[in-house]
Design a protein around this ligand. Structure first.
Ligand code: FAD
Length: 106
């Protein structure tokens, strides 16, 4: 299997890209699909310690699916929680859309 770092980078790319393409005015069914996806993702994520912590986080901080901005910010904060745990720099969440939607490269 992919190592935890490679898996992590690819997974954050997938998740933040889902946020970047999530509607600005999602329908109720789009909102419930996103909630279900995140919940199932947190159960199936193939790094078990990571998955367990992410499930705990979701229980404390309910997934915000009201619109793109709400979900993108929620996800950025969830990612920052992992950054904090790993001693990585905290990302400025006012810039998530610039990083993941309108584009800059790293
Ligand atoms: P990554 O953290 O993978 O980030 C990739 C890019 O995203 C960065 O280069 C930056 O441009 C951008 N970015 C950084 N922070 C944010 C943010 N807050 N919001 C938006 N964009 C941001 N690893 C472990 O060792 N232990 C764990 O418990 C663990 N839990 C994880 C849980 C989940 C749900 C996921 C998806 C990954 C987890 N990982 C965990 C992996 C870890 O988060 C990193 O992906 C991995 O260490 C590689 O880090 P990186 O420095 O390449 O950047």
């Amino acid at each position: 299997p992919a190592d935890v770092e490679t898996l992590g980078r690819s997974s954050w790319t997938l998740l933040h890209t889902i946020a970047a393409t999530y509607p600005t005015s999602p329908s109720p069914s789009e909102q419930s699909d996103l909630k279900s996806f995140i919940k199932l993702f947190s159960k199936l994520y193939p790094c078990w310690v990571c998955a367990e912590d992410f499930q705990h986080y979701i229980k404390k901080q309910d997934v915000r699916t009201d619109n793109r901005q709400a979900f993108g910010t929620w996800l950025c904060e969830a990612h920052n929680e992992v950054n904090r745990k790993l001693g990585k720099p905290i990302f400025d969440c006012s810039k998530w859309e610039e990083r993941w939607r309108t584009g800059w490269k790293d």
